[in-house]
Design a protein around this ligand. Structure first.
Ligand code: AKG
Ligand code: FE2
Length: 348
């Protein structure tokens, strides 16, 4: 009601929060969600957003770097960019080949959410097996009461969904896939405690991902040391999803980088300073980009206020082509409105 609006809290007034609001997805009527009628996305001013793809292309043609951006080669085939005033932050545009992007996108949907890896769905339904396949096959999740005191959940075909009265107590697997927000690999991160729970059953990080992370981590590693990938968090973003400003401070040794890979739709990443009051630097993250945060950069607030899912702004055409085979049409559909981030960590 007019005049009863709460005054903005302290966190609302920080420079980080202001930047999050600037880039967040809004519709023209000021709402955050689009109703069934196609509403127009409110235009956003991206003139201050650093575009490392454009910087990299200009640099490779012999052009100058913008003020505040420096390049390190570190034996890597692609230029690695750093930012003055943000030691320990590295940006490698297009670090992943198209094949690698497709491989890790597929794994992120088909194998990474598989138990014993945990996902955001665990807290409600317990471990869910084959979520992606169930969504593709239009299955529904129903409660299996046959275990007496300890009911479990299972996916069943539409035709087998039991009717209770006229109400069908099932959750479409496709909706659960849409609501998949994270999965954890290797040592399991416990979000309620915001710490690693080493007692939880887990598999090692897959060897191919380990090798890739070790290679990508090189520019940010202390001399003579090798990165040990022990845990990874996979974040799944749908249109309108954001990742609020945070620090990743539960790992023992901050001299080791977090290796962060972007897949799917383009996003805006905010790299703040050591407090939320510091003005964050905004930059685009595209499919195949890799960010490393080590040393002092580990103390910097960061987050993702926006993903771009519109055809002309998502920048996923090469991925779309790759997944254009008939068998992949379900994955293609997911990809068109999603972003996936895999961030790999050395915990001890
Ligand atoms: O999605 C991203 O690019 C960042 C992810 C991140 O910061 C995190 O999971 O801690
Ligand atoms: Fe993070």
């Amino acid at each position: 009601m007019y005049g009863t609006e709460k005054p903005p809290g302290d966190s609302e007034r920080t420079a980080f929060r202001q930047a999050e609001k600037k880039y967040k997805l809004y519709y023209d009527d000021g709402s955050l969600k689009s109703s069934r009628k196609k509403k127009q996305v409110k235009p956003v001013d991206v003139s201050d957003v650093i575009d490392f793809k454009a910087i990299s292309e200009a640099y490779e043609r012999g052009g100058e770097l913008p003020a505040g951006v420096v390049v390190v080669r570190c034996g890597s085939p692609r230029p690695v960019f750093c930012l003055e005033g943000r030691p320990g932050f590295y940006f490698i545009p297009g670090a992943l080949s198209l094949e690698e992007q497709c491989q890790w996108m597929r794994e992120s949907l088909l194998s990474f959410p598989q138990p014993p890896n945990r996902t955001n769905h665990n807290a409600i339904y317990g471990p869910l097996q084959d979520l992606f396949a169930a969504a593709k096959e239009r299955k529904g999740l129903v409660k299996d009461e046959s275990n007496g005191d300890c009911p479990t959940w299972k996916f069943v075909d539409e035709a087998e969904i039991p009717l209770r009265g006229n109400v069908c107590r099932s959750y479409p697997a496709s909706a659960l896939l849409r609501k998949l927000r994270w999965s954890t690999l290797g040592l399991q991160f416990d979000w309620s405690q915001r710490n690693y729970d080493v007692s939880l059953p887990h598999n090692k990080i897959p060897d191919a991902l380990c090798q890739l992370a070790k290679r990508l981590a090189t520019p940010a590693m202390p001399k003579g040391e090798e990165f040990r990938p022990e845990a990874a968090i996979v974040n799944y973003f749908a249109s309108g999803d954001t990742l609020g400003g945070h620090l990743d401070d539960m790992e023992a040794d901050w001299s080791k980088p977090i290796v962060s890979m972007s897949l799917g739709c383009k996003a805006i990443f905010l790299l703040g300073g050591k407090t939320r009051q510091d003005d964050p630097i905004a930059m685009f993250l595209r499919s195949g980009d890799v960010v490393l945060m080590a040393g002092e950069a580990r103390e910097c607030f960061h987050g993702v206020p926006r993903i771009f899912t519109d055809k002309d702004t998502a920048e996923i055409s090469p991925l779309e082509l790759h997944f254009s085979h008939q068998d992949d049409c379900f994955l293609l559909d997911y990809l068109r409105s999603s972003r996936i981030n895999i961030n790999i960590r050395q915990v001890f």
